[in-house]
Design a binder for this molecule. Structure first.
Ligand code: ADP
Ligand code: MG
Length: 683
């Protein structure tokens, strides 16, 4: 019998191997799987004549091969398959990268449906990596709305869709209701089970909206009740008092630069907090490059001087290891031991670090969030700092403050606009580093279309010849089942075939081993590579001051905050830096976003706009797996849901402060589920 708690291993079609891949996504049970929501949809109901297919559109065409199949290895090593197809109204070029199954499927005596985004090469339309289905197969790939799930290496869209389908078909109970019935009725929501089914298998976009509203409400309700309950529970908890904050001044003296006034002010605010036994609960907002790391270090120094330990957590290993390098350099000369925990560590190294931590020798512990929150026991822990680098949502913050027996500090480069922070945090203290270290030159940003590409290339080449370095960012290809590795290969191949022939450019993508990634990063930071090509899946969280050019391809597909983060990778040294946004389409919304990017370098302004455009659900990333966001510009709509959830949370807690009633049981379980890595707020 399949229930929500059944291990996904037992689902039809999922074996041990695939189950392990799902586990990496945080999906263990059937219930987890069903709550792994699509991040978008592909409308594969639109079947078009080739002559009517416009550039930039994603459509299906029905066609037969009009040429032989060409298969060769590109300079980058990628396996390329090319063919031409015709439907009697026109001819289309088809290109696949690293898709061996295509060669087996394509035949000249059959017709196929191809789904993909139309691009242009020369005069003919082209699809890169189109989805393919033989017309005779009448399978379930075409003619419907298809969900797109957030992927990880190893799992394809097809794998996830098949698993979800299997779960929906075999589940022998309705998906449990987290929203208490009274609240559901009061706010006009639909049953969760219905909503979940609609979200995974929408028949039309009409019935989609209410499902989305219900699931968004549920997310916000868990979040809001969690925050409110945490606040309630924090009241009588205490954290260690760190009274000797004067020593921070000595620490500042030991630095090679002078702290900015904004940094000093924020350090003072934090120092005032940690001198009290009430646990600090503070958010530090500061734009990319404003110098948040050193603020964290200063506070950790004070804790260490008083014999307490601190942890600094980052969302990714790349960032964590960068932080560790910095902390080691800062602290070891001052006689303070540091330790590091990372997933890629060898067993011996890991156990040595754990020994350092658990014996209390290491006062400063750095690592990824997951590792530190795991099973390691840190004696005399007084301070927990997370560097969100905009990756963590508010959810993790609740987690962190969950325990409430340490001072917590969250650093973020995505400023939360006031409108939101008031609803979300209420009692949370916020410090702002609103000043950049001196000597930074503003980054010049331009947005261009295809017509200017040649000019831009010449400009980039000139900068490379001057000895500077560049980043090229391409977006994920969403239309087909391609992971970022493919998108990067495709793009690198294009660059190498074009203006950047004979240049030292390397790819960086999620499929590479950590050691390979590190190698590329190192070559780049030592200047042996002129440029790297990546998607945002790989965080280019590296600090390479000599890199002064950021080229973002299909910039219209990125959100504002994301563009701003990417741009923040340049402008870190003494040379003038540039950001080139290359746009394919010229929709109104895209134009508006590009205009904002070109006009301002101010992260606050950008995040206000971003929130306005995307709405809080997506902006906050309340759920790691992503809330579906079908419509851009639904701020008013989502803010309304958030307000309602806020109201509902207080209504629930007022009647049942401990969430002890049966009707609130599922809500309590879900909240504790979210914070159990640190210890629940509610028991
Ligand atoms: P972010 O806020 O993006 O995390 P970092 O902490 O990484 O920024 O700092 C960016 C760079 O600026 C680092 O190389 C850091 O050493 C440097 N830096 C930080 N504070 C100052 C300062 N007051 N004066 C000069 N350089 C600084
Ligand atoms: Mg940082």
């Amino acid at each position: 019998m399949i229930t929500q708690t059944t291990d996904i291993r037992y689902l039809k079609g999922i074996g041990e191997k695939r189950a392990e891949l799902f586990n990496k996504l945080g999906v263990f049970s059937v219930g987890d799987l069903l709550r792994c929501l699509p991040r978008g949809y592909e409308d594969r109901t639109d079947i078009r004549d080739i002559c009517d297919a416009e550039e930039g559109e994603s459509v299906c065409v029905r066609a037969s091969l009009a040429s032989g199949i060409r298969s060769f290895r590109a300079r980058t090593g990628a396996r390329v398959i090319q063919a031409r197809a015709s439907d009697g109204t026109g001819i289309i070029n088809l290109t696949w990268f690293n898709a061996p199954y295509v060669e087996k499927t394509l035949r000249s005596d059959e017709s196929f449906t191809f789904f993909g985004r139309i691009t242009k090469r020369g005069v003919l339309p082209e699809m890169i990596n189109p989805v393919i289905e033989p017309s005779s197969a009448a399978g379930d790939k075409m003619g419907k709305i298809v969900p797109i799930y957030p992927c990880t290496a190893g799992l394809t869209q097809h794998n996830i869709r098949a698993a979800v389908k299997s779960a929906l078909n075999s589940l022998e109970e309705p998906v449990s209701e987290i929203i208490p019935e009274k609240i559901r009725e009061e706010y006009g929501l639909i049953p969760t089970d219905t909503a979940i089914r609609i979200i995974h298998e929408p028949q039309s976009f009409d019935d989609f909206e209410n499902a989305r509203r219900t699931l968004a409400f549920e997310e916000f309700l868990v979040l809001q009740t969690g925050v409110a309950a945490a606040k309630q529970g924090r009241g009588d908890r205490t954290a260690p008092i760190i009274s000797n904050v004067k020593c921070i001044a000595e620490f500042a003296e030991s630095l090679p630069f002078k702290l900015t006034n904004a940094q000093k002010r924020v350090i003072n605010e934090i120092a005032a907090d940690i001198r009290r036994s009430t646990p600090m609960n503070r958010l530090v907002q500061g734009d990319v490059g404003s110098g948040k790391t050193i603020v964290a270090a200063a506070v950790m120094y004070a804790a260490a001087q008083e014999g307490y330990a601190s942890v600094l957590m980052a969302p990714t290993e790349v960032l964590a290891s960068q932080h560790f390098g910095n902390m080691k350099k800062l602290f070891e000369p001052l006689g303070i031991k540091t330790a590091y925990l990372a997933g890629s560590q060898k067993a011996a190294e890991r156990s040595e670090n754990i020994r350092l931590i658990e014996s209390g020798e290491a006062r400063v512990v750095v690592g990824t969030h997951a590792l530190i929150c795991g099973s390691v026991n840190i004696p005399r822990l007084a301070l927990a700092i997370t560097d969100e680098q905009h990756r963590f949502g508010v959810r993790q913050r609740t987690r962190l403050s969950g325990d409430g027996r340490v001072h917590t500090l969250v650093m973020t480069a995505t400023p939360i606009p006031r409108t939101l922070s008031l609803i979300l945090y209420g009692d949370l203290d916020i410090s702002v580093i609103d000043e950049l270290p001196p000597g930074r030159q503003p980054i010049s940003t331009i947005a261009i279309g295809e017509g200017m590409r040649k000019k831009a290339e010449q400009f980039v080449l000139k900068k490379l010849d001057e000895g500077r370095q560049a980043y090229f960012i391409c977006p994920l290809v969403e239309e087909s089942e391609v992971i970022d590795a493919n998108a990067v290969e495709v793009y690198l191949d294009e660059l190498k075939r074009g203006a950047y022939k004979n240049r030292r450019i390397a790819a960086l993508h999620g499929k590479m081993k950590p050691s390979e990634k590190e190698q590329i990063m190192r070559e780049f930071s030592e200047g042996r590579l002129e440029a790297i090509v990546a998607t945002t899946v790989v965080e280019v969280g590296v600090d390479v001051p000599n890199a002064t050019v950021m080229v973002i391809e299909n910039a219209e597909r990125f959100g504002l905050s994301q563009l701003h983060q990417l741009r923040g990778r340049v402008g870190r040294g003494s040379h003038k830096s540039y950001c080139i946004l290359i746009c394919k389409t010229h929709g109104e919304a895209a134009t508006e976003r590009m205009k904002i990017m070109c006009e301002t370098n101010d992260g606050f302004k950008i995040s206000e706009k971003d929130l306005e455009i995307r709405g809080p659900g997506e902006f906050l990333g309340t759920r790691q797996h992503g809330l579906p966001s079908m419509k851009a510009g639904n701020l008013k709509y989502d803010m309304q849901i958030l307000r309602e959830a806020h109201e509902a949370a207080f209504e629930i807690l007022k009647n049942d402060p401990e969430l002890a009633l049966e009707e609130n049981k599922n809500l309590r379980l879900r909240i504790n589920d979210d914070i159990d890595s640190i210890g629940g707020v509610l028991n």
